[in-house]
Design a protein around this ligand. Sequence first.
Ligand code: PLP
Length: 383
Amino acid sequence: MKELSQKVIAAPKSKIRELFDLAAGRSDVISLGIGQPDFPTPLPAIQGNIGALKKNITTYAPTRGVPKLLELLEKKLEKINNIKLNWKDNIILCNGGSNAITLAFASIFNPGDELILSSPNFVSYFYCGSFFGVKIVEIERNLDFSPNIENIKASITNKTKAILINSPNNPTGYTLSKQELEEIVSIVLNHDLYLISDEAYENYIYEGLKHISPASLNGMFERTITLNAMSKLYSATGFRLGYVAANKEIINLMEKYLQYTIAGTNHAAQYGFIEALKMDNSFFDDILKSFDERRMFVYNRLNEIGFDVVKPLGAFYIMPSVKKFNMTGQAFSEKIIKEKGVAIVPGNIFGSFSDFLLRISYATDLEKLKVAMDRIESFIKEL
Ligand SMILES: Cc1ncc(COP(=O)(O)O)c(C=O)c1O
């Protein structure tokens, strides 16, 4: 048989899924691996979806998405993100935030182009890059996970096409300050680059910080590709709905790419998204409070147990270091799931600079988090 696709062969199977396989069938395992919030999807979203199915909305949807939904997204982007655009030209719906990433890569890159990102960072960027022949230039984050702006500047070559940011960030929880964002934006403008901004966690932001969308800043709309999804805000990862906001030319290319790859997204689910967008975002206030409580609990406990750890200001992840325990994140993760039944993702899947880190998700109820932290403490004591 002839050789299969080298690019796909070279990408490892998801380590997160592997971890869940290790935990499968073990009722004692507490998972701190999950990237899915634990609250139920708001009822209007579910009813909207069911209502559409009952009306036999089971045909292909328009490739860019149902117009009513795009109109509501236009309003949301204007009100929440301060991005002024026109839904007819500047928004496309897609199959989750993951597909939004694919669309960004498909529409701006040619093989050999370079994309700069801070590392550690979300795993899909690395493999999407390799599928499209893009060279990912990883710039190691500072110790507090802030971006190393000087090194970003120094890494620009004539092949650099774009910078990618993901704030609040998965896996570090780092949230860019206004000044850092402005510094990145000025690099983008000075070097005629694109900026890919993955805003999947825009609502998970603590300590009174405000999310800023770079596309709202002067001169940035035309060169920013804003990615977002229904998944995290509405705890609706299974709806598989995401969206991209960008300039007209880019959206036109994305539409073509979608036509020949997924031919539009789930039609009935879009009516669920419509109802979700009609809700007032205050439904999220108590949820955010509870995530904040979990964040501080996990951060304080990890400190107490003796980890070196940075307090995250966004998303629902925290990345402690295990270097002082003379172990890699991979070894720690394999050992603790076997011995104590706690599933934790090793840091090394998030790029080249995270071999001694772990990624802990605190999107789990506080009682479980308490037990998990006690188990981690006893694991460390027994080392
Ligand atoms: C930063 C980031 N972007 C995109 C996604 C993909 O989201 P979705 O589940 O909507 O495909 C995730 C999922 O964990 C993520 O963490």
